[in-house]
Ligand binder design. Structure first.
Ligand code: ZN
Length: 243
């Protein structure tokens, strides 16, 4: 049954691949060498190595949780540097903001799921936790009409048991290396300093976490991108099994 479901998902993926390829092209104009840009696309597979293990020193992945945001200011900040991020969306919020979710794809970004209701899955019985994660993915897929394999645990908290359980459902958990702690309300400059320090701790590489719906998110993003550029970091975009 599970295999049949995966095959169906694969067929769906193939059918939408051409459309996706067209939609995922970078937003073109003025993307010269002075911009941060995207150095490469990392294609993720089920049960693959954790993302940081697939990065070289100097490589970072930009990720934003808890969207979609009502405004597109973070997207403008990313577009100004011709770079791409992965957005992990909360399922229950998407029906009210379907345009915003689709806009992420149209702008060339990657979309993942972040459960249906942002529960701390480590506090739920395993079966309930998996149900919440699967429902969240289905919420996103229903609006985007495409497979969504990448997944982020709420609060970036998980257990090996949970990681295995969501992987068995065809999801790829993407962890966090450098949390900007923007959710604490600290100034954007402090978020950026914290992220840079964490990246250093992880061998000058890793997955960066910010939250696009929070106040000052765009300002924080602009500062971060500027700092990454000044320090010679390269941005890696993520891509799920479906492309
Ligand atoms: Zn979250």
């Amino acid at each position: 049954m599970k295999i049949a479901r995966h095959l169906m998902r694969r067929a769906w993926a193939t059918a939408t691949l051409l459309m996706l390829t067209a939609a995922c092209l970078p937003a073109a104009a003025d993307c010269d060498a002075t911009r941060l840009g995207v150095s490469r696309v990392l294609h993720l597979e089920l049960a693959g190595a954790p993302v940081p293990d697939q990065l070289a020193p100097g490589e970072v992945v930009l990720s934003f949780d808890d969207g979609p945001a009502r405004n597109g200011r973070v997207l403008e900040a990313l577009e100004a540097e011709c770079t791409r991020a992965t957005f992990f969306l909360i399922g229950q919020d998407i029906p009210g903001l379907p345009g915003q979710a689709q806009h992420l794809i149209n702008m060339g970004h990657t979309v993942g799921s972040h459960t249906h209701d942002h529960a701390n899955l480590t506090k739920l019985p395993l079966a309930d936790a998996v149900t919440d994660a699967v429902r969240g993915r289905e919420d996103v897929e229903a609006v985007l009409k495409q497979p969504v394999a990448l997944f982020r645990f709420p609060f970036a908290i998980s257990t090996p048991e949970l990681e295995a359980a969501v992987s068995a459902e065809g999801m790829i958990p993407v962890g966090v290396s450098a949390d900007g702690k923007d959710w604490t309300g600290i100034p954007p400059e402090d978020s950026v300093a914290m992220i840079l320090a964490k990246l250093e701790e992880h061998g000058r590489k890793g997955v960066i976490l910010l939250h696009d719906p929070l106040p000052k998110a765009a300002e924080r993003t602009r500062l971060l991108l500027q700092a990454l550029k000044e320090q010679g970091y390269r941005v890696v975009a993520l891509e799920g099994p479906a492309g």
